[in-house]
Design a protein around this ligand. Structure first.
Ligand code: G6P
Length: 608
């Protein structure tokens, strides 16, 4: 999901540096904060890497000048360590003989790093990846072959990875994957391994898919496969598959738009975010818990995450908080902040001027500043006392989808810990909820798999409507607001959201026969009241679209977007928003708009 990796072995002995650079360019959508290439020539490694976009770095360093007929490359989306020259991949061992590119997260890197440092290894970067070349080095020093050294190293890692290893003494690439993507390309003149098909598609369309837990050895024109878990004999090589995508389609995983691809990536993005280290959550919780007041602030979709956080903190941890749209922050809060106020700012880009401005305002009063962002090294991380990175990987579509889900996932993790340390829930209650939270990625996957087609049919039917009303209650009021925002921003259909209970105080005046009203209606404690709201709307002829797990609501609805039963009330927004994202997407497509680039909007807004 984040970072792109590539390895190229030229069977015919041609030079590979320019091939790697062009491949990285096609993988840039997977990450673009740093670039690096390593090649091997005459028994030594040559490496060029830096922070920045590939074209800039190529102009500065001339990547194509790297010599050799074998090499690896990486385009980075930082997760550990700021974007910088030293943190860029490839990473090497002490003797610069082993170079590694990696996509994923090594969870136990701190322990491994400590052990290696005690044994005399010298580390250059702040990344989790660097433990890998050092571990391989130590096994090679113990007399292991390269492949056995890589395999023994992988056995020590907890977390996720796709890696490619280059060694100065052998014309051989070793690559392996666990829960991060990696595929092989079989060309006439070269073998490739890469995170994704576009990397090598112009050179070959013969793709060999690796299974989770596979390790591949590329040497000469040959590919050998092993299982990471077993040192026994090689496993049988599968037949390459022929791909008929254009490189542009391939960048979007065969999907027509990044937005759709990113909606489909949500189960994985949430799963990755659930892996945020407990210590990171604990530190932020401590900051919030020690404060006299908590204020969440953000813009756009991230503001809806703040609203979710407000309901969640109150329900789960009995904490009151305020949520303020960042551009209103100073006006709304006035001079009331103190050094006992805690601010939690949420911004996927970490660059939104309104949000940065709110933080700076709060800092003048000595307030403690924390942040949740998806972009490592972004401005918000420099303005905050403490921050957490969500792990969605880069989001290219302008409309936030997966970054919203990971924000509310992070808030759910914070809420659970807050509830526990404040003694509102006991440890076993927290563990039980945590277990159910960890099950959410599977449920999101089910919604996408089972409901996408019928949601598209409904969108096709209703996309000509000029106005929509979105209604929800309680913790799904923010879901209604986010659903309306998505529809408005990419399909240009006017959509308004209200707490359902408020609809009788104004919006109901708009209702005439066939006016579409979307209800977010899970079977929680608001159920009976939302049924009442649906009846009020039906009585005036509204067309009811519902997101629900209830047959009773289904019977009252003209269209139902089914979601799974049994999700704890406080986590239902994580599942309920998904059909609404798909509905917006298909409405935009039906109206012939490009959902990835809505008019007048930008991915990050750096003006006030
Ligand atoms: C822009 C984008 C929105 C986004 C908002 C906040 O308006 O178009 O999709 O929600 O900025 O962005 P942030 O990066 O701070 O979450």
């Amino acid at each position: 999901m984040c970072c792109g990796i590539i390895g190229v072995l030229a069977i015919d002995g041609g030079s590979v540096a320019h091939v790697i650079r062009e491949s990285l360019k096609r993988l840039e959508y997977r990450g673009y904060d740093s670039i690096g290439v390593a090649t091997k020539y005459n028994g030594r490694l040559y490496i060029k890497k830096d922070k920045g976009k590939i074209d800039e770095i190529h102009r500065k360093l001339n990547l194509d000048a790297l010599p050799g007929d074998i090499g690896i490359g990486h385009t980075r989306w930082a997760t550990h360590g700021e974007p910088s020259q030293v943190n860029s991949h490839p990473h090497t061992d002490c003797k610069n003989q082993i170079a590694v590119v990696h996509n994923g997260i090594i969870e136990n890197f701190l322990e491994l790093r400590k052990e290696l440092i005690e044994r005399g290894h010298k580390f250059k970067s702040a990344t989790d990846t660097e433990v890998i070349p050092h571990l391989i080095e130590s096994f090679i020093e113990d007399g292991y072959t390269l492949e056995d050294a890589v395999q023994s190293t992988l056995a020590k890692l907890h977390g996720t990875y796709a890696i490619v290893v280059l060694y100065s003494h052998l014309k051989k690439l070793i690559c392996a994957r666990k829960e991060s993507p990696l595929i092989l390309g079989v060309g006439e003149r070269a073998l490739y391994c890469a995170s994704d098909i576009p990397a090598f598609l112009p050179m070959t369309n013969k793709v060999l898919f690796l299974n989770d837990g596979d390790l591949a050895i590329l040497q000469g024109g040959e590919i050998q496969l092993r299982r990471i878990q077993s040192f026994s004999s090689p496993i049988q090589i599968r037949k390459p598959v022929l791909i008929d995508w254009t490189p542009e389609m391939a960048q979007k995983g065969g999907m027509p738009h990044f937005m759709l691809k990113e909606i489909h990536e949500q189960p994985k993005a949430v799963q990755n975010t659930l892996r945020i280290r407990t210590e990171e959550i604990d530190r932020l919780v401590k900051l919030l818990n020690e404060a006299n007041e908590i204020i969440l602030t953000a813009a756009g979709t991230s503001y809806h995450a703040c609203l979710y956080g407000g309901y969640l903190f109150a329900k789960l941890a009995k904490i009151n908080s305020q949520q303020i749209i960042s551009s209103e922050f100073s006006e709304k809060i006035g001079e009331t902040l103190t050094d006992k106020s805690a601010i939690l700012a949420i911004s996927q880009s970490g660059e939104t001027s309104d949000t940065l401005n709110a933080i700076n305002y709060a800092r003048n009063y000595g307030a403690k500043i924390s942040a949740i962002t998806n972009v490592v090294g972004s401005s918000i991380t420099r303005s905050a006392d403490y921050f957490i990175y969500t792990l969605a990987g880069p989001e290219i579509g302008v409309a936030a989808t997966k970054t919203f889900l990971v924000q509310i996932t992070t808030l759910a993790l914070l809420g659970l810990t807050l509830a526990e340390i404040r003694g509102i829930l006991n440890n076993s209650e927290v563990q039980d909820l945590r277990q159910q939270l960890f099950n959410i990625p599977k449920l999101i996957e089910q919604v996408i798999e089972k409901r996408e087609d019928s949601i598209k049919v409904t969108a096709d039917l209703l996309a000509h409507k000029p106005n929509f009303l979105f209604l929800g209650r309680g913790i799904n009021t923010p879901t209604a607001m986010e659903g309306a925002l998505k529809l408005k921003e990419i399909s240009y259909i006017h959509a308004e959201a209200y707490p359902a209970g408020e609809s009788k105080h104004g919006p109901i005046a708009l209702i005439e026969p066939d006016f579409p009203v979307v209800f977010i209606a899970p079977q929680d404690n608001t159920f009976d009241r939302i049924v009442g709201n649906i009846m009020e709307m039906k009585a005036r002829g509204a067309r009811i679209i519902s997101v629900t797990d209830s047959r009773k609501i289904h019977d009252l609805s003209d269209h139902t977007f089914w979601v799974p039963k049994g999700v704890p009330d406080i986590f239902t927004p994580l599942v309920n928003i998904v059909p609404l994202q798909l509905f917006s997407y298909y409405s935009a497509v039906r109206r012939n708009h490009n959902p990835d680039k809505p008019r007048n909007l930008a991915k990050s807004v750096t003006v006030l």
